[in-house]
Write a protein that binds this ligand. Structure first.
Ligand code: ADP
Length: 489
């Protein structure tokens, strides 16, 4: 067991109390780089989830009737505490998730930014007064919290995905039951502990942990409860679709941030060095385990060979190792399942004619490390053209012209992010318009910020998180028709 800072917790947080599972069953949380057990957390199920829902329901009348300013004060304090404990949180995240310490620190700031941002946005949930349809009436529109809401989050951004949901939900006056991913529950529990320190009243934010096998029961308890009015989910498309089907039962609202298969297009008029910088962040950051990672790199024929050589030279320099080592630029994959998937997709591509320029195998460091990989000759019949790679594999194809690039980029059921590099202003507008995605990065590989709406089209999801729009999905409109205001008697 590692020594955990005193504010880090290994029990669940329900109704303002730190509790174990009723069965006393626990789940070991491991360091993916070493396999070492860091700690264990409760394995909860439907019963405990129902208790958390009840606690959130009990907390709702008080929390929702506070002023937005009162809620904002708690969220701002929470943000300050996350920032004040950034080093400890980042160290913990690196240990349970694998990403390099500097990336973890970046994520902690990103996570805090949602708390700060939505503390402010919660104060701007303005309604409307609409010119009425009759003279003796006034029409008012208010924006109200939903009640109890559920959050289900993934392991690739163990803290930011939590605050990106909890901050707008709580700022709007809802109370939340969160189920973090089985690989990274400690980060979520640590954030809950800081929320408690910030003054979150009991039951406003609850965390229920479990093993992978427990997730369906926890998910079902959330979806089936008549008290839960909305689910915010980030994760795989398959699970997201299942949850949406289940939500149909009693019309629980759902927003989904699902998989992506981003194209990263490099036109021949691009600044090549800038494009290489972009790939570095949007392909190798978090070992490629992001839903907005460049899954398919499309390079214009005339610059292909030069580009591949330069990218291979850069990728060869990437320092692979444990995320807590200073020199490390890329950590391991999160688990064996993720590693096997990357191996399968690379093998499928090479069987179908792709050429490996760099890497292509498990890394000599062992464990779940994979080599930074550059591969060319990728075509649409390969599985990676349709599936999320979630690994450090730059998969390159060529295209002839702009129209060809757009068709290739859109040839996927996904539509989360798309990137392209060009210095032609006309082309920039044409291609940005034509890409069927929710997020476009033009001459940048880094598009995540709390001030902009994050989310996808097509099978990448429904709804937006972050920005002024990101609070909408956690509220409901109410129209009040105030009549009988006719002439004075
Ligand atoms: P990944 O394959 O990247 O782990 P998942 O969609 O399986 O993505 O996981 C994302 C989140 O969804 C995790 O918190 C996981 O525990 C949860 N989850 C997985 N299966 C279900 C399910 N059937 N119902 C509810 N949540 C689930």
């Amino acid at each position: 067991m590692v020594k955990l800072p005193e504010f880090l917790k290994t029990d669940c947080y329900v109704g303002g109390k730190w509790v174990a599972a009723s069965s006393d069953k626990r789940l070991d949380v491991t360091d993916p780089a070493t396999g070492d057990v860091l700690a264990s957390v409760p394995r909860m199920g439907a019963e405990e989830t129902d208790a958390a829902i009840a606690a959130a329901h009990a907390a709702f009348p008080d929390w929702s009737s506070r002023t937005a300013a009162e809620r904002a004060l708690v969220l701002q304090k929470w943000a300050s505490l996350v920032r004040a404990h950034a080093d400890d949180l980042a160290r913990l995240m690196t240990q349970e998730q694998g990403k390099p310490f500097a990336e973890s620190l970046g994520e902690i700031e990103y996570a805090a930014s949602f708390l700060s941002w939505f503390a402010e946005e919660g104060r701007r949930l303005y309604g409307d007064i609409i010119p009425p349809h009759r003279n003796d009436a006034r029409i008012l529109v208010t924006r109200n919290p939903l009640g109890v809401v559920g959050g289900i989050t993934p392991w690739n951004f163990p803290v930011a995905m939590v605050t990106r949901k909890a901050a707008p939900a709580l700022a709007a006056g809802n109370c939340m039951v969160l189920k973090p991913a089985e690989a990274t529950p400690l980060s979520a529990l640590a954030v809950a502990a800081l929320g408690e320190m910030a003054g979150l009243p009991a039951g406003v934010f609850n965390v229920v942990t479990g093993a992978r096998e427990d997730a369906p029961a926890i998910g079902k308890a959330l979806v089936d409860s008549p008290l839960v009015r909305k689910i915010g989910f980030t994760g795989s498309t398959a699970v997201g679709k299942q949850l949406m089907r289940d939500c149909a039962g009693d019309l629980t609202k759902i927003s989904l941030e699902l998989g992506g298969n981003a194209a990263f297009i490099v036109f021949d008029d691009a600044d090549i060095e800038a494009a290489l910088d972009g790939i570095q962040v949007c392909k190798f950051r978090n070992s490629g385990q992001t839903c907005i990672a460049a899954n398919r790199i499309l390079v214009q024929e005339s610059i292909h060979d030069k580009f591949v050589a330069a990218l291979s030279a850069r990728a060869r320099q990437i320092q692979v190792g444990h995320g807590l080592e200073k020199a490390t630029e890329m950590g391991p994959l999160v688990d064996e399942r993720g590693l096997e998937k990357v191996e399968r997709l690379v093998a499928d591509a090479t069987d179908k004619g792709a050429k490996i320029h760099l890497g292509g195998k498990r890394h000599e460091a062992g464990g779940t490390y994979f080599q930074p990989t550059v591969m060319t000759g990728v075509s649409t019949e390969m599985d990676l053209a349709h599936e999320e790679l979630f690994g450090p594999v730059a998969a390159i194809s060529t295209f002839r012209d702009e129209q060809d690039a757009i068709s290739m980029a859109n040839d996927t059921p996904y539509g989360l992010a798309g990137y392209f590099y060009s210095r032609d202003v006309g082309r920039i507008f044409r291609v940005a318009d034509a890409l069927e995605v929710g997020i476009v990065g033009v001459n940048t590989g880094l598009i995540s910020t709390e001030v902009a709406p994050f989310g996808g089209v097509k099978e990448s999801g429904i709804g937006r998180e972050g920005s002024k729009y990101g609070i909408d999905d956690w509220t409901e409109l109410k129209y009040i028709c105030l009549a009988g205001l006719g002439a004075a008697a």
